[in-house]
Design a protein around this ligand. Sequence first.
Ligand code: GLA
Length: 365
Amino acid sequence: MNRTIFGAAEGAQEVSLFTLKNRNGMEITMSDLGAVLTRVIVPDQEGHPRDVVLGYESPEEYRKNTNTYFGSTVGRNGNRLEGAAVTLEGKVYHMTPNEGENNLHSGPDGYQIRMWEVKETAEDRNEVTFVLESPDGDQGFPGNLKLEVTYALTDENEIRITYKGVSDAETVFNPTNHSYFNLGGHDSGTILNHVLTLMADSYTPVRDSASIPTGEKADVTGTPMDFRQGKAIGLDIDADFQQLQYTGGYDHNFVINQNSVSDDTTTGLYRAAVVVCSESGITMEVDTDRPGVQLYAGNFLKEEPGKGGVKYGKRCGFCLETQYFPNAANEPAFASPIIKANEPCVTETVYRFKSQGLKQGGEGR
Ligand code: GLA
């Protein structure tokens, strides 16, 4: 692991970057500001390195990262809570509304703009663990929550993100990673030609443009939401389909088929998605133990200044945010993201990369 100084974000202590490399030419970089993933290098089919995640140039920009959520570790709760409230053990708790009357990604003081501690990592482990103590009442949620996020880079070309949470009172625990991927490179324009396969027979339709689910699971068959056979993200994104009009393009939670077994049989994760960029020859697989995945096609990006002076326009990156379904804490029909007091919860998501240019069993790190 290599630690470098990122800079000092306004009002914050020194911010670091942590880089991991594997044997095959992959590199990933994370920061202790927000436990954000800032950089993912994957060699393309010709062996040329491409950075396949969108990001910012400076810690100051990450300090203000409450809009795009580039690379963010989102918590305590990813996605939306209706009425910015949740009822736990008969008591109503209020969050800050930051999207109309609702709460998105836990509000204006998200975990992605906090300073995290870095845990000692054993020499032989190619990983970095960030620790955050989130006090009782933080963002409106009850319980002192201790959260650890570990990013590991394996020689199987996987980024394995493991979240461990334990709280001293019942609370919501639904973290996710909000990286925007562009498998042609973060500076290569839109992701509309990427071919996406989603292992999802259904999705959770939203009531209106506020994007709170109705509570139903709708069949994708015969709709623009059907990605089971693989299709370009751009093919139906502007179709005359009410769900897509509510959200201005894909911004929906898909219900991962519970029989969708990952090739990686060691962990019992589900395969949620596969994305292929034929131009670069880079493929990404997404495996998780969570029931849902939010496909967000970067519809709201508007010339966002990013790394290396690049301006990220509409749909220049896509997110596959593994999580409980949106508003699940308030929707009895959905699996619950509520954890009990003093019962640790562990959850894992894997982003695995494939490319002809990835050396197998290379020279070492
Ligand atoms: C999530 C939401 C989107 C959008 C992005 C951040 O993916 O579902 O509607 O708010 O975060 O811009």
